[in-house]
Write a protein that binds this ligand. Structure first.
Ligand SMILES: *[C@@H]1O[C@H](CO)[C@@H](O)[C@H](O)[C@H]1NC(C)=O
Ligand SMILES: *[C@@H]1O[C@H](CO)[C@@H](O)[C@H](O)[C@H]1NC(C)=O
Ligand SMILES: *[C@@H]1O[C@H](CO)[C@@H](O)[C@H](O)[C@H]1NC(C)=O
Length: 397
């Protein structure tokens, strides 16, 4: 088996060591506080990672960063099934169903998906299943598909589509890390029961991106995002300003999540949350990804470093593509594409509804169109951002 199997005492020692390293070296930067107790040690030292983000914020890419790790069982958007199946308007009314689904999936109990799948289902009924390396490798994928190289998505789709989810479940138990990527959380309170569950060792990675870039990307994928937009806006998404209002909700959720995790974090959330800005990952992918791996206790390998370099130095620009396609793109170009393609009046609209979130997350507001087009003007404020980290740890907050 390829996966890491670490004996429990060693895993514990590793965890303690890692916590110390994290606190000493990067704690100040990413406002990780030491866990108040290490009571939360899931069976087998398993770590559960929830990658929380919003649509068009680089979360598919970030998910791939975990998906490619040999110790990770990765699923993309399991809550897609909940939102698609339960015809109730409003993210709020669906959040407990989403939370319960995530909880069971973290424990490798995929039967929770039964409610949302056809009676006779195959693994191919899972959203974006063939993008999950774990589902495309043994033991989830039966012989003869035993490739030790990265399985191609099309080969996987042909050869690994087994009936039922039992193989996937069994596979899930063999990995040290279960990573789920979700764009359907707008708060953290609903996750408190998972944080209190001793069989779950949760790490929350909160990925944010410049709202102006998200807005531009959403406009290009508006049709594909329509159904979700309706749910975000509690069923009221017919008007022309849908995108702006969705952005407003997303920006509000960033503030809400940050406040819960940093400003008024309950004990059981301490040290379990890390905020990541997409732009920082684009600027220095290896450093930022290393920090994320450290945070969740995954080791960096040479093959992964090479893959990360490849995927962030592709040739394609941020051109409209299929809504969920993960392609090799020039990350710095994609990151800046909105500055030439979004009208200044739309930039102003987004800034209007996202002002507080942008200030909190260190995204600089534009005052003129000339500033927008001046591409060497860096809009991610490193100093302000660090300052935010430091003050957020002061006892007054
Ligand atoms: C489900 O998997 C079985 C093989 O286990 C296959 O014969 C069948 O065609 C698949 N069905 C669908 C709808 O993919
Ligand atoms: C990175 O790209 C090079 C050149 O295209 C290729 O030979 C190599 O296999 C790639 N490595 C990984 C890990 O994807
Ligand atoms: C990616 O885009 C940046 C900014 O336009 C450019 O400087 C760089 O050369 C590009 N890299 C590749 C590999 O095309």
């Amino acid at each position: 088996m390829l996966h890491f199997r670490v004996p429990a005492p060693a895993a514990l020692a590793l965890l303690v060591f890692q916590a110390v390293v994290v606190v000493l070296f990067i704690g100040w930067h990413s406002h990780i506080t030491p866990p108040t107790s290490d009571s939360n040690t899931a069976p087998g030292g398993k770590v559960h990672v929830l990658l929380v983000s919003s649509w068009r914020s680089g979360s598919s890419f970030m998910g791939q960063v975990f998906n490619h790790h040999p110790s990770v069982f990765y699923l993309m958007e399991p809550a897609w099934h909940v939102w698609g199946c339960l015809q109730r308007p409003g993210a709020r009314s669906l959040r407990m169903a989403v939370r319960d689904l995530i909880h069971r999936v973290f424990l490798c109990d995929l039967s929770v998906l039964d409610a949302y799948l056809p009676i006779q289902h195959n693994v191919s009924d899972l959203f974006m299943w063939s993008h999950s390396q774990a589902l495309c490798s043994p033991p989830a994928c039966p012989p003869p598909f035993h490739s030790h190289t990265t399985p191609q998505i099309t080969d996987c789709a042909k050869q690994c589509n087994v009936a039922g989810l039992e193989r996937a479940e069994a596979a899930c138990h063999t990995y040290t890390h279960v990573v789920l990527k979700e764009v359907r959380f707008f708060e953290l309170e609903s996750l408190f029961p998972l944080l209190r569950d001793p069989s779950i060792n949760l790490r929350i990675l909160h990925l944010v991106r410049d709202p102006r870039a998200v807005f531009r990307s959403r406009e290009q994928a508006a049709a594909a995002l329509q159904r979700d937009a309706t749910i975000v806006l509690d069923g009221k998404a017919a008007s022309s300003d849908t995108q702006t209002r969705v952005m407003q909700e997303i920006c509000r959720s960033h503030i809400r999540i940050y406040d819960t995790a940093v400003k008024k974090a309950p004990d059981f959330l301490q040290g379990r949350y890390k905020l990541v800005r997409y732009e920082d990952v684009v600027r220095d992918p290896l450093t930022e990804i290393q920090r994320m791996y450290d945070f969740v206790g995954l080791e960096m390998t040479e093959a992964l470093q090479e893959w990360i370099h490849n995927i962030t130095h592709g040739k394609g620009k941020g051109t409209p593509s299929e809504a969920f396609k993960i392609t090799k793109r020039n990350a710095s170009e994609v990151s800046q594409a909105w500055r030439t393609s979004l009208t200044f009046s739309k930039v102003q609209q987004v800034q209007e509804v996202c002002r507080s979130a942008m200030s909190l997350l260190g995204y600089r507001l534009l005052n003129t169109e000339a500033e927008q087009k001046q591409l060497d003007l860096d809009l991610t404020r490193v100093e302000k951002y660090s300052f935010t980290w430091l003050t957020s740890k002061s006892p007054k907050d």
